[in-house]
Design a protein around this ligand. Structure first.
Ligand SMILES: Nc1ncnc2c1ncn2[C@@H]1O[C@H](COP(=O)(O)OP(=O)(O)OP(=O)(O)O)[C@@H](O)[C@H]1O
Ligand SMILES: [Mg+2]
Length: 595
């Protein structure tokens, strides 16, 4: 089977130039208008001072040297040195200011992006490779910032340079200048044919880079599984293809770019040579040697702004495409957002009511249909049922990680879609199936949900879930650095830490989704005893495949067929001899060790 995955899919980077995006992006640059004007003024002084140099050259050749006026020659030399120094100083000033402005723009844009990314719903992340998001935040923002800062200034400066160089050149000699202009048609050819090709190939390079990034990111995340299934060779092949695609395009892009330079250099050489031939052989002595030297000097510079402008055009075309991708992310609706008239959920007691709830991740394939139940404050509910039945979905809905397709969920009678997310989620403790550990110390991780918790509070939470002992045994105790994703901890230890983290937040509603699946039975029993105490006064939803864990819950709901097929206490459900009974007896007979 041919390898076909999300990493082969290129982003659209060739879009018509749209002022809409540009205007929107300029807001980021506008904050730095004063600095940019200052930088541009410096650039203009630098450009003007460098334009004086050929005039000095002309005077030196034509007047000063032939008349052996050494005093004036010395003055001209000093003036030349001063103009060069002035030009260097001004360029340095501009570069300093603009580096700062560019970085400021990058900072602001990344901040906006990150703020927004954090709010985007689970569904956004479910559907795209994370590596591509990274590319947008890092690579695209860099590019766009350059367009907004240096791009705008260069655009103005290049037009300025072009006009002034032409004026100075024509001022020195009109006929010779016209010969230089003979190169324009060739130059237009470059701009109209080679440059667009160059732009397109660089866009492809950028796309292939992004694809490689996305694959690399996933491969690093899954490296253990790769090694486990000895998939290294196949993965290397996939990577090789992506890498090769990048390599080939990059080389092609370089060749085309070189082609531009070679052509431009050639054009300049030809027209300047032609100008010399005509100037020296035909027009002399009507034109002086100094004039020829001065025009030649301007001619070498004349193409640069033109070339820059066509480069800029490319930068802008690319930049706009990048902007479109960036704004696409910023505009990605925060589906799960506070309703316009959202109210604060007051301190809750913990009643949870599902009213005819229907939900689909990808409509129309409903995962839940017409689910209704009512959980009283303080009740503990166990959700059991086959894999993929919708247990995690139910608890994700209570925290409003997804919005419903139909029906309502009420907490203490408040519709959760009508209260602020913060007031809702801050009163819930959720431990998801895969407990995520951030890089940092054990303490940082436990305090994640409650930054102002005291060390004693942290320890109490850890003791409750039997995590204190193993944490103390680590080389620096609570201050031990756990690597990214907690890779230096065992799965069970990770679960215990995130357990403590959840408890510390002291939520009214506690959700444990397979929270103890990796903890050994003995530790779990110990934690369970403490937990039973802790669950008092809190509404809790516990999902566990190990039924021993949930036997004592007030109510057990059996989730299957897009809804809750059985509901009651352990004894009731056993007496009913339905699905729960079957599951329970199967576990008892097949897996006695765990019960
Ligand atoms: N992000 C998602 N996008 C699309 N479909 C999803 C998503 N998450 C879950 N599903 C689908 O929804 C159904 C219910 O999944 P859910 O995670 O709620 O099952 P579960 O009962 O928790 O299973 P398990 O016991 O394996 O954890 C499954 O068929 C699954 O394929
Ligand atoms: Mg689940």
């Amino acid at each position: 089977m041919a390898v076909r995955n999300k990493y082969d899919v290129d982003e659209t980077l060739e879009t018509p130039f749209s002022f809409k995006h540009f205007k929107r992006a300029v807001v980021y640059a506008k904050r730095h208008t004063k600095k940019m004007i200052l930088a541009m003024s410096a650039s203009m002084v630098s450009a003007l001072s460098s334009m004086v140099y050929p005039l000095i050259l002309q005077r030196a050749f034509d007047v000063v040297i032939p008349s052996k006026d050494y005093a004036q020659l010395a003055i001209l030399t000093v003036v030349t040195v001063l103009t060069i120094l002035l030009s260097i100083a001004m360029t340095t000033i501009r570069s300093r200011i603009m580096t700062r402005v560019g970085q400021d723009i990058i900072y602001d844009m990344r901040k906006d992006l990150f703020d927004h990314l954090q709010k985007l719903p689970f569904s956004f992340y479910d559907s795209r490779p994370h590596g591509k998001i990274l590319t947008r935040v890092i690579h695209y923002v860099n590019n766009v910032s350059d367009m907004l800062s240096n791009g705008i200034i260069n655009f103005i400066m290049d037009i300025f340079n072009l006009i002034f160089i032409a004026i100075f050149m024509f001022f020195v000699n009109v006929e010779l200048s016209l010969i230089i202009l003979a190169g324009v048609p060739v130059f237009l050819l470059v701009i109209m044919i080679i440059k667009p090709a160059q732009r397109r190939v660089w866009q492809k390079v950028s796309n292939k880079g992004s694809n490689m990034n996305a694959y690399l990111q996933e491969s690093l995340d899954g490296v253990k599984i790769t090694q486990l299934f000895t998939r290294e060779e196949q993965n290397a092949e996939i990577f090789d293809k992506l890498n090769m695609a990048y390599f080939n395009l990059w080389n092609k892009a370089q060749r085309i770019s070189n082609c531009v330079w070679i052509t431009v250099d050639n054009v300049t050489t030809w027209v300047v040579s032609a100008m010399y031939i005509v100037g020296v052989l035909v027009m002399q002595p009507a034109v002086s040697f100094g004039t020829i030297a001065a025009v030649s000097n301007y001619a070498w510079r004349f193409w640069q702004p033109l070339l820059n402008l066509s480069n800029l055009y490319n930068t802008f075309i690319n930049g706009i495409a990048y902007l479109e991708r960036i704004f696409e992310m910023i505009d990605e609706p925060v589906d799960i957002d506070n309703a316009p008239d959202a109210t604060e959920l007051p301190k809750i007691e913990g009643r949870v009511t599902f009213e005819d709830v229907t939900f689909a991740y990808e409509p129309p394939r409903n995962v839940l249909e017409h689910v209704s139940f009512d959980v009283k404050p303080g009740e503990s509910i166990a959700l059991v049922g086959p894999t993929g039945a919708g247990k995690s979905t139910i608890v994700n809905l209570i925290s409003r990680f997804y919005d419903l397709t139909g029906g309502r969920i009420l907490i203490d009678g408040h519709d959760i879609s009508k209260v602020t997310l913060h007031s809702l989620r801050s009163q819930m403790g959720i431990m998801l199936q895969d407990s995520f550990i951030f890089s940092g110390t054990v303490l940082d991780n436990i305090k994640y949900a409650k930054l102002d918790a005291t060390d004693e509070e942290v320890r109490r939470a850890c003791r409750t879930v039997c995590a204190d002992e193993f944490i103390q045994e680590m080389e620096k105790g609570y201050l031990t650095e756990v690597n990214e994703r907690g890779s230096r901890l065992s799965q069970g230890q990770r679960q215990l830490i995130s357990f403590a983290r959840t408890l510390l937040a002291d939520p009214k509603i506690l959700i444990l989704d397979e929270a103890t699946s990796s903890i050994d039975a003995k530790t779990e029993r110990m934690a369970q005893t403490a937990l039973n105490e802790l669950l008092k006064g809190r509404t809790s939803f516990i999902i566990a495949h190990r039924l021993s864990t949930i036997k004592n819950c007030d109510k057990i709901m059996y989730v299957s067929n897009k809804g809750i097929s059985e509901c009651g206490s352990h004894d009731e459900l056993i007496a009913k001899k339905g699905d729960y009974y079957k599951l329970y007896t199967a576990q008892r007979t097949g897996n006695l060790g765990q019960l």
